[in-house]
Unconditional design. Structure first.
Length: 438
């Protein structure tokens, strides 16, 4: 019982404190949680980037030396009840000068751009968005052009908000971002499926209280942990935080006491696919089934390993076992490697020498796990005491499971527990029913 309590405490800190330190992910109501780092000093294409925060910080230093023009874009779903109403777009502490666009129409700016540069950093603004420029009940494009003169560029205060009366939609989370400058970027369309779509409406006072901050919208991890309240008979300790772990979806320990974490960074949309439809239950249809790694599109999901080398109770050594996964939900170590549940595939990455590096490309053991909803995709991979691999399937996805090359499949719809025997290669539904098993 004591061991289970300790494990629950550590898991709580990893998930809750990680989200708080990320800048209030829960309140934003974005259809996704965070972002992969921009890979180069200057981006030549659109990349996902977290807001608020500067691009120096949120690219882990990749753009620390970049000064000049950049653009941020996202989508916000305007409620149908706001039809015909004048809205306000709130922007604050954006370093240094900026101008904001709503559905391609310039609604305002702060500071001025070269050759008559002037900083508008300390001038919080609320720009009027006229009813004729709003598409109620639909996704609307917000684009912000930025010029950084020197130092850290980007959002140094709270994330932008769309306001109507005493209600607001806070746009903190994943935006798409790129350096450079082109006026046509204000018109869209968005280029990457992993950009956020913000939609959840809150009381304006609540949003302002939680997200207005002197030096950015995120709390340092240690401060975030201090603000968590636990029962008197539990002790909470921060053992791991951003940037070493981000959006932890699944975790497990190995025989050496190291923590392995699935970082679900590609959520909510798979990379390299185009969504052609989505129903009211959030079940999406994509233009194709992706090929398995390494041939398929590369995503942002990672499996990371964390170790406490000096015994002080904090993980101080960090590495990655796998990167570039695409909506990967969980993993299990065993039988000479690591099993990865990366819908639509169950993959096996051999690591026979145990050096924490795959020996080669993965073997596809199963295919056909549904991708309709990344809130309920096949997940929670575990070895049972009987030697079978067990996993869950959520309420709004389907299963058409078969081994590669087979013509017949096991069909299913909705929540269930399934299992697979790695040696006999048998897949079967183990139990059905209940709520969303995710």
């Amino acid at each position: 019982m004591a061991e289970q309590t300790a494990l629950r405490s550590i898991a709580s800190v990893l998930s809750i404190a990680g989200f708080i330190a990320a800048g209030g992910f829960i309140l934003a109501g974005q259809r996704q949680p965070e972002t992969q780092p921009v890979a180069a000093r200057e981006s030549t294409d659109w990349q996902p980037l977290r807001v608020p925060g500067t691009w120096d910080e949120n690219t882990e230093g990749a753009l620390a030396d970049y000064d000049g023009y950049a653009w941020y874009r996202c989508l916000v779903t305007v409620p149908g009840g706001w039809k015909g109403k004048e809205l306000l777009l709130a922007v604050e502490k954006l370093d240094n000068a900026h101008e904001a666009y709503f559905n391609g129409v310039r609604v305002g700016g702060s500071g001025s751009f070269p050759p008559t540069y002037a900083s508008g950093l300390d001038q919080p603004q609320r720009y009027s968005v006229k009813p004729e420029h709003v598409r109620p009940g639909e996704d609307n494009l917000v684009a912000i052009r930025v010029f950084d003169h020197d130092g850290r560029g980007g959002f140094k205060g709270a994330a932008p908000m769309l306001i109507h009366g005493d209600k607001a939609i806070a746009m903190n989370g994943r935006w798409e971002f790129r350096t450079g400058d082109d006026p046509d970027w204000a018109k869209g369309p968005t280029k990457i499926a992993s950009a956020g779509i913000f939609w959840r409406v809150h009381d304006l006072s609540d949003v302002e209280q939680r997200f207005a901050a002197e030096n950015g919208g995120a709390l340092p991890p240690a401060e975030a942990a201090k603000r968590l309240a636990v029962p008197d008979d539990l002790k909470l300790e921060l053992v791991l935080a951003e940037p070493h772990v981000r959006q932890p979806l699944f975790l497990n320990w190995d025989e050496r006491g190291r923590l392995w974490v699935m970082n679900y960074l590609q959520y909510p949309y798979p990379a390299g696919l185009r969504m052609v439809s989505k129903d009211k239950f959030w079940r999406a249809v994509y233009d194709r089934v992706p090929d398995p790694p390494p041939a398929g599109p590369q995503g942002a999901d990672r499996i990371t390993i964390h170790e406490d080398t000096d015994g002080d109770g904090r993980f101080d050594k960090h590495s990655a076992f796998l990167e570039d996964l695409n909506i990967a939900t969980s993993f299990a170590r065993g039988r000479g490697g690591v099993w990865v549940l990366n819908p639509p595939y169950l993959l096996f990455y051999p690591d026979r020498d145990g050096d924490d590096r795959p020996d080669g490309d993965p073997e596809v053991h199963l295919e056909g796990f549904g991708m309709e909803d990344t809130h309920s995709a096949a997940n929670s991979l575990r070895f049972g005491p009987d030697g079978w691999l067990y996993g869950c399937q959520g309420s709004t996805v389907s299963g058409n499971i078969r081994r590669p090359g087979e013509k017949t499949a096991v069909h299913s719809m909705g929540q269930l527990i399934w299992r697979y025997h790695p040696q006999s290669r048998i897949y079967e539904v183990f139990a059905e029913g209940g709520g969303n098993s995710f």
